[in-house]
Design a protein around this ligand. Structure first.
Ligand SMILES: NC(=O)c1ccc[n+]([C@@H]2O[C@H](COP(=O)([O-])OP(=O)(O)OC[C@H]3O[C@@H](n4cnc5c(N)ncnc54)[C@H](O)[C@@H]3O)[C@@H](O)[C@H]2O)c1
Length: 106
């Protein structure tokens, strides 16, 4: 094993780098379902992650989700979420026609 691989400091650093920092795009049926799932998995200790951001173009849905969801920030701009250094894992929960455009974002 290379020197330092089992070092606690290294492991901690790696874990921190690998920790999912999740952004969800779309607060419709699937975005809501995934949001609930993220919260549930966090609560029971199945995943160690941060639910960082939500992008949703519909202001009512965005605000409703933010009010219930415990997400750190929201935006109407999916590309801003994708580009954010605070996010390293993106769930695309928009209608299928824009998946290709959004998944090319980063
Ligand atoms: N509904 C289901 O049972 C189901 C099951 C499996 C897979 N899917 C797939 O999941 C995806 C989402 O489906 P859904 O039923 O949740 O759709 P939905 O219409 O309920 O929600 C989509 C949301 O995305 C938002 N949105 C659209 N473009 C956006 C953009 N550029 N930036 C930010 N927000 C945007 C819309 O305002 C809407 O709130 C689709 O690809 C669908 O095929 C859905």
């Amino acid at each position: 094993m290379p020197a330092g691989c089992n070092d606690e400091t290294n492991e901690g650093t790696t874990r921190q780098k690998m920790r999912p920092k999740i952004g969800v795009i779309g607060a419709g049926i699937m975005g809501t379902a995934h949001g609930k799932s993220i919260h549930f998995c966090r609560k029971v200790g199945l995943i160690d992650c941060d639910f960082v951001a939500l992008a949703e173009t519909d202001a009512g849905r965005r605000d409703g989700y933010a009010a219930k969801g415990g997400v750190a920030w929201t935006t109407d701009d999916a590309h801003a979420l994708i580009a954010s250094p605070e996010v390293n894992t993106v769930y695309i929960c928009t209608p299928t026609h824009n998946h290709k455009e959004l998944s090319a974002g980063r």
